[in-house]
Ligand binder design. Sequence first.
Ligand SMILES: [Zn+2]
Length: 212
Amino acid sequence: MLRDLLDALRCPHDHDESWLVAMVHRADGPLLVDADLACPVCGSEFAVRDGVAAFAQAVGGAELEAATDPLRLAAQLGVSDSALPILLAGRSAQAGAGIAAVTPAPQVWINARPPTQDAPLAVSRLTVGARLPLGVATLAAAAVDIPHATPALLDGLVRAVRPGGRLVAPATMPLPSGVRELARDDRDWVAEITTQASGLVELRRRAPDQVG
Ligand SMILES: [Zn+2]
């Protein structure tokens, strides 16, 4: 994962939002390769190994879903340039390299296969469970596949995507609250975040980050 994502990470457990303390063991340029993350509130620890931050066992994949067209998904996400990352869940991440060719925004992949050689460099890979370990308004936009369009993850994404940012999900999945539908076809819906949840972001606090 990218070091810059540390500011956006939050403990996924059920307590007030808390950033995570990082102990970095090995970094490669902007990428954290080997690190330990700890929650100062509940004491939970999460490992970054081989560049992947593990917050839970991954949600199962759906290999039968059709491949995602990167240009179509890039247009749906509507991010031309952003310092905030685009989140791609599960099979959506297969479009990551194609989306990186259209927009320089960094990318967060959750529960996705490792990037192939043509994948974008600026990828943070996370393994997550039912709860998204990201703070309020820390993402520019997000796309999920069927296994990740759960009510809990969609609610987490409504919090994590900035107001006005877009959420793309399979058409068969219900729209969460806090969004306005912009477009829909037989495959996906595209919605815009209309609410601003409260969270740590207003405090502008940076997670302590040590290299050692
Ligand atoms: Zn915690």
